[in-house]
Design a protein around this ligand. Structure first.
Ligand SMILES: Cc1cc2nc3c(=O)[nH]c(=O)nc-3n(C[C@H](O)[C@H](O)[C@H](O)COP(=O)(O)OP(=O)(O)OC[C@H]3O[C@@H](n4cnc5c(N)ncnc54)[C@H](O)[C@@H]3O)c2cc1C
Length: 590
């Protein structure tokens, strides 16, 4: 069985030394969040993940969810784990104290999420969707809906979902057909079928609150005609408890490649009673609160799976003996050396390590920016943070899940044939990781969001914010002899990215297909440069601190710039090749 130990040293290094988490206490409302408090919460979360959730990850995958006559049962141990999750107060982490929340920083949730995803991705999705639903209701619903639904979501006795997808409408939500008609008393009656709804039905909570996209009878066509409704599985009674069953039923669950312990449901809505959240026909704006949070959350899934796969690959590589080191026997007393002596195995481990640590840095940095965006007293700081979060959301989602999948695959490779069989648990990580590149907007869609929308937005204002932050750190590092050799290749890659962006956007003015043809490579290039910048930041601190662990960080930074960052050069060439290279063949000839 794979094991999981929360990487608390790495987490502390980032929080305390690189990101300086003590800054949070300067934000209004976070005055009590000292680094000690913050880290105590993380330590407690680590225990839950290691002791309760990781042990039921492999069994949950083997058993999967059960469906019978509209009811879904989660695998053995999930109900007890959810009770432990509730008892620890985890559903309340970042919610507003007025609804029973603890009002902790978003950054704390990001760190906890990583550990949740490492220990049990299927389990993590039940509370994560509830968390997203809670944030949406907090931000957009009226007081009556908030008072009625938030306390139960915040205490974890009810859970939430997001219901967007229909059989004929996945990426293109403008085509949804679910209808909402006024019930005459301020509520609406919804009819239609949603598919692929994660955690759409299960036995972990007393009620499930669905956030559903639907169209009013007179709605304009396309995404401009979408409204958002809150539709409970069970209508709350007057006293706030569970009342009568609503017209929503789980018609079936999917049989799928991974995340088997998370129920992926077909939901039939048949005159189900619901309430409008936000304005009529402006539902996409409201849903984006949940979608943006979920996109970052899915990026963290890539990070979490990368971390756990890496940990197990390291342990296995030190244990498994095969062959001898090219330098001669490292352990002459044994029949063979551990495979960690082989440079090709070391290449795989270093790749996993270098990506995982950079992804963590980027994800936590964005988590902290969300707190700044929400609470900083200076409007200019809030605006800067908002721009950076918007820019980085598709990068975190796309880059961290693409790389997370690659890491799980490399980890499996380190196990050889033993990685391919079920017992070791490595193939589960690969299967679980694969969906992260697809849901919450495929990575192709994320790439177009980055290149087609975020980068050109405001005349390049968002991208310039990132370039300014990175350039300032890189200029600083260039004058530091301990890390100048790390900073220079990153500065060169940033210049190449800027040049490539300018040429690409100029070509796109004449041919709109240029964006789609280059977007995926562009997102990868952007992610590689951002990860390089994060390595420079981490290397700076490591060089100041010294010691074996920090020497290892510096060596990993050097590995990153020498072996992974050069992908940017070939990506720039691919992007420059232009749209005609992919579009010249007629579909009939494909
Ligand atoms: C396990 C699982 C859990 C899920 N959970 C949820 C959930 O909780 N709630 C929910 O609402 N949905 C959920 N989904 C749905 C998921 O978000 C969609 O599958 C995803 O958005 C893609 O939609 P689609 O499958 O219809 O693919 P399509 O939209 O048909 O896309 C097919 C391919 O075409 C590409 N493509 C489509 N349009 C464009 C375009 N304009 N430009 C370029 N390329 C394009 C896509 O990138 C993709 O490669 C889940 C799906 C799965 C499998």
């Amino acid at each position: 069985m794979p094991s999981y130990k929360a990487p608390l040293d790495e987490i502390r290094f980032l929080l305390e030394d690189v990101l300086n988490v003590s800054q949070l206490a300067a934000l209004p409302g976070y005055e009590d969040i000292t680094p000690d408090v913050f880290l105590a919460v993380i330590d407690e979360g680590a225990r839950l993940c290691e002791e309760v959730l990781a042990p039921i990850n492999q069994t949950g995958d083997a058993e999967g969810c059960h469906y019978e006559a509209g009811r879904v049962t989660t695998p053995a141990g999930f109900k007890e784990a959810h009770q432990a999750y509730r008892a620890g107060g985890w559903p309340a982490m970042t919610s507003a104290p007025e609804f029973g929340g603890q009002g902790l920083p978003h950054l704390a949730r990001f760190v906890f999420d990583e550990m949740l995803c490492s220990s049990n991705l299927s389990f993590s999705m039940y509370p994560e969707l509830s968390h997203g639903a809670t944030m949406l209701i907090e931000k957009w619903a009226d007081d009556e809906l908030r008072n009625r639904f938030l306390p139960k979501l915040v205490d974890g006795s009810w859970s939430g979902t997001m219901c967007l997808t229909e059989a004929h409408a996945g990426t293109d939500l403008g085509m949804i057909r679910t209808k909402a008609v006024p019930a005459g008393d301020g509520a609406y009656l919804l009819t239609g079928t949603k598919i692929f709804i994660s955690a759409g039905e299960h036995d972990l909570t007393d009620n499930i609150i669905h956030l559903v996209l639907a169209k009013l009878p007179d709605a304009p066509a396309g995404t401009r005609g979408i409204s958002l409704f809150l539709v409970p599985k069970i209508l709350p009674a007057e006293n706030g408890g569970v009342g009568t069953r609503n017209g929503v039923r789980c018609a079936s669950i999917e049989h799928k490649m991974g995340i088997k312990a998370n129920a992926t449901c077909v939901l039939d809505f048949d005159n189900a009673r619901g309430w409008l959240i936000g304005e009529a026909n402006k539902g996409m704006r409201v849903m984006f609160t949940m979608m943006n949070g979920a996109r970052l959350g899915v990026g963290i899934q890539g990070l979490g799976l990368g971390e756990v796969a890496f940990q197990n690959a390291v342990a296995y590589s030190k244990d498994r003996i095969q062959g001898r080191s090219p330098l001669g026997a490292r352990d002459p007393s044994a029949e063979a050396d551990p495979i960690v002596v082989h440079p090709d195995v070391r290449r795989m481990l270093m790749t996993m390590k270098a990506y995982t640590e950079a992804m963590r840095g980027l994800a936590y940095w964005v988590g902290m920016l969300i707190d700044v965006e929400e609470r900083h007293p200076d409007e200019a700081k809030r605006a800067e943070a908002a721009d950076l979060v918007a820019l980085m959301t598709p990068v975190i989602k796309g880059f961290c899940t693409d790389v997370g999948f690659e890491i799980t695959n490399l980890a499996l490779q380190c196990y050889g044939g033993h990685g391919y069989i079920r017992e070791m648990g490595m193939e589960q990580f690969v299967r679980d990781a694969r969906i992260t590149q697809i849901y919450e907007g495929t990575n192709g869609v994320q790439a177009m969001d980055l290149l087609g929308r975020k980068v050109p937005e405001g005349g390049g204002r968002l991208a310039k914010r990132f370039v300014d932050v990175a350039r300032s750190d890189l200029a600083d590092a260039a004058g530091n002899p301990a890390i100048a050799d790390i900073a220079q290749p990153v500065a060169d890659a940033l210049t190449l990215l800027e040049r490539t962006t300018g040429a690409l956007l100029a070509r796109a003015l004449h041919n709109p297909e240029e964006i789609g043809a280059a977007a995926s490579e562009y997102l990868r290039m952007f992610g590689l440069v951002a990860a390089g910048w994060m390595w420079v930041r981490m290397a700076k601190v490591a060089a100041e601190r010294g010691g074996a662990r920090n020497d290892a960080r510096l060596a990993t930074a050097r590995f990153y710039v020498a072996r992974l960052l050069p992908q940017t050069v070939s990506l720039a060439a691919q992007i420059s090749a232009g749209a005609s290279t992919v579009m010249s063949i007629d579909p009939a000839s494909l």
